[in-house]
Design a protein around this ligand. Structure first.
Ligand code: NDP
Length: 243
């Protein structure tokens, strides 16, 4: 039976790089997106043209029914053995004192509730204690947890702190159930999340002297998903060019 990897937010950016990279070593990739169907289908086309297997599913990670449908669809393509909790938003820059409560809630709905819903569903299907065959979960955090994102996105940093905390705790909960849970925390990457002026402003502070390419993040995610990382769990791997 095919090993299925679910990549949330696989329509572009880091998630698309993970999806493309996972198809080569043999994962059947089920990538989700929220609104950009054509971008998701383009990633699927790239993978299938290269001889891999992929399917795109519209699913808002913040919605319980969407997440259930995403996993049900994935299960029809093989055994769900991997999950990358990548879908995320960073919102418009705003100081915390001026942040609308609705925008705070929207940030946490996608970045935190989404990770919870997908991770919980994955554990229910993968756990050897529940009849599953094990698997690996990789959550995407951020160096913002450490840096604070003052003046623009403290709520984003806080949402990613929750992701890192869930990684550590869940990893211990399921360590003996055949599931490894880890987290990768990116620095600044060249995706649509970062407009060019933000990249230009922040790049001088990156020790390696440049912004990261999505593939450079995907490589680490793919390692953590692989058997080569069989003794790695509860880890937060920073991929930031030293930032
Ligand atoms: P992008 O903005 O390029 O892509 C975001 C992806 O998430 C898209 O596929 C989007 O779908 C999807 N998405 C957003 N909200 C939802 C939702 N509610 N349900 C389902 N899918 C959703 O982001 P990046 O690739 O830059 O970031 C990926 C992850 O890495 C995020 O968690 C981000 O916080 C994190 N990160 C990124 C950094 C960077 O510098 N880029 C730095 C630190 C962390 P659609 O295309 O349909 O909108």
């Amino acid at each position: 039976m095919d090993k299925v990897l679910i990549v949330t937010g696989g329509s572009r950016g880091i998630g698309a790089a993970v999806a493309r990279g996972a198809a080569a070593p043999g994962w059947t990739v089920v990538l989700s997106y929220r609104t950009r169907a054509e971008r998701a289908e383009a990633v699927v086309r790239d993978i299938t043209t290269a001889g891999g297997h992929a399917v795109a599913v519209q699913a808002d990670v913040a919605r319980e029914d969407d997440v259930a449908r995403l996993f049900d669809t994935a299960a029809r393509h093989g055994r769900i053995a991997g999950l990358v909790n990548n879908a995320g938003i960073n919102g418009d820059p705003v100081r915390m004192a001026d942040l609308a409560p609705a925008d705070f809630s929207a940030m946490f709905a996608t970045n935190v509730t989404g990770v919870f819903l997908c991770a919980a569903e994955a554990v229910r299907r993968m756990s050897t204690a529940r009849g599953g065959a094990g698997g690996a979960i990789v959550n995407i955090g951020s160096v913002a947890v450490r840096l604070g994102a003052a003046g623009e996105r403290v709520h984003y940093a806080a949402s990613k702190a929750a992701v890192v905390a869930m990684t550590h705790g869940l990893a211990l909960e399921v360590a003996r159930e055949g599931i490894r849970v880890n987290c990768v925390s990116p620095g600044l990457f060249a995706t649509e999340m970062n407009p060019p002026e933000r990249v230009a402003r922040l790049t001088p502070a990156i020790p390696i002297g440049r912004v990261g390419a999505p593939d450079e993040l995907a490589n680490v995610v793919l390692f953590l998903l692989s058997d080569a990382a069989s003794y790695v769990l509860g880890a937060e791997v920073t991929v930031s060019g030293g930032r």
